[in-house]
Design a protein around this ligand. Structure first.
Ligand SMILES: NC(=O)c1ccc[n+]([C@@H]2O[C@H](COP(=O)([O-])OP(=O)(O)OC[C@H]3O[C@@H](n4cnc5c(N)ncnc54)[C@H](OP(=O)(O)O)[C@@H]3O)[C@@H](O)[C@H]2O)c1
Length: 307
């Protein structure tokens, strides 16, 4: 089968260290080009074609789709540029700075999706399947924690006007996963947010999102010891995901169902994401996390900020 030819905008750390190596293993995708504001940086990435501007890559007729791992404030502007040029777009999370900006991406004929790779990792596919099958009774509480310690003033996560902060960077994961598991949208939120006095970003956020059938309770922080965990509490059982977001590509992942371990075979969630998105293009099917879903996630993020 034909492979989708991908171009990458920017030499982001996530692209160079995780997504590009993983997509090189794809069955339905190939990384054809990369663009940087600095041509030398693009060349150093070691990809067949290197461009010194994002515009030049987008203008390349031999590119079918672009992957956008730019700072958050550039997600929508460059997604629109690419979509207008007829390229399909896989954009990093969070897809926009706010829900209104995300809505600007609705209505394009090309495929546009948000790069929530965790949602299609087999461990989450399995959790969703167990919950749907009633293994833990009715799902009532999704409980999540995600933290790291990053006080580098130059890091995109610490630049408020670029959409930095914990909720946008990592709080978005328990939100998207709880929306996926409940199969509902939150109706109300309560939150406690501590702002960094210098960076003006949220550095410690705890929230309760109320869904019609239950709630998601989570804490995220950009200034704590690194940790991640998700637990799903039902009326008859509990599921725990050991490494819910940054699932390692080199060893099995584990979920615990009422304390009993289930091991998922080794896989790379970025390879899976690349293949699923590329197949959706090839077969004209739905992408894993379409814009409509991304808009709803931004609405939930906003709900937490407002609360
Ligand atoms: N899904 C995941 O697992 C995951 C993990 C980490 C990050 N992310 C997301 O990926 C995105 C990038 O994160 P990152 O930490 O990899 O970023 P990063 O290393 O700081 O890279 C961002 C890239 O954007 C380009 N850029 C364009 N304008 C820029 C500007 N004004 N300032 C800085 N860079 C600019 C740069 O490329 P050039 O200089 O080459 O043009 C830079 O390399 C974020 O949206 C983040 O949320 C996702």
């Amino acid at each position: 089968m034909r492979k989708i030819r991908w171009g990458v905008l920017g030499t982001a750390k996530i692209a160079l260290t995780k997504v590009i190596p993983a997509m090189r293993q794809c069955e339905f995708a190939e990384i054809t080009a990369i663009a940087s504001r600095d041509l030398e940086k693009a060349k150093a990435a070691g990809i067949a074609k290197a461009y010194g501007s994002y515009e030049a890559l987008i203008a390349d007729p031999e590119i079918d789709a672009v992957y956008i791992p730019l700072p958050n404030h550039l997600h929508v502007p460059w997604s629109i540029e690419a979509a207008r040029a007829g390229k399909h777009v896989l954009c990093e999370k969070p897809i926009a700075l706010c829900a209104a900006e995300a809505r600007e991406l609705l209505g394009f004929l090309v495929k546009i999706g948000e790069a929530f790779m965790a949602r299609t990792h087999p461990q989450w596919v399995r959790v969703a399947e167990l919950i749907r099958a009633g293994r833990i009774g009715d799902l009532r509480v999704v409980d999540g924690f995600f933290s790291y310690d990053n006080r580098d003033p130059k890091n995109v996560r610490n630049v408020a006007e670029w959409g930095g902060g914990g909720l946008m960077d990592i709080g978005c994961y328990p939100i998207t996963l709880s929306r996926m598991l409940f199969g509902e949208e939150p109706v109300r939120a309560k939150s406690a947010i501590e702002w960094d006095p210098v960076f003006k970003i949220d550095r410690l956020t705890s929230a309760i999102l109320e869904f019609p059938s239950g709630r998601c309770v989570f804490t995220c922080s950009t200034q704590l010891a690194p940790y991640q965990k998700m637990r799903m509490f039902g009326t008859r059982g509990v599921i725990e995901v050991e490494i819910p977001f940054n699932a390692p590509p080199d060893r099995p992942t584990r979920i615990f169902v009422d304390g009993v371990v289930e091991e998922l075979p080794v896989c790379d969630q970025y390879t899976i994401q690349g293949d699923l998105f590329s197949r959706a293009i090839l077969e004209d099917g739905p992408v894993p996390v379409p814009v409509e879903d991304a808009v709803k996630n931004m609405e939930a993020i906003e709900m937490v900020f407002r609360a």
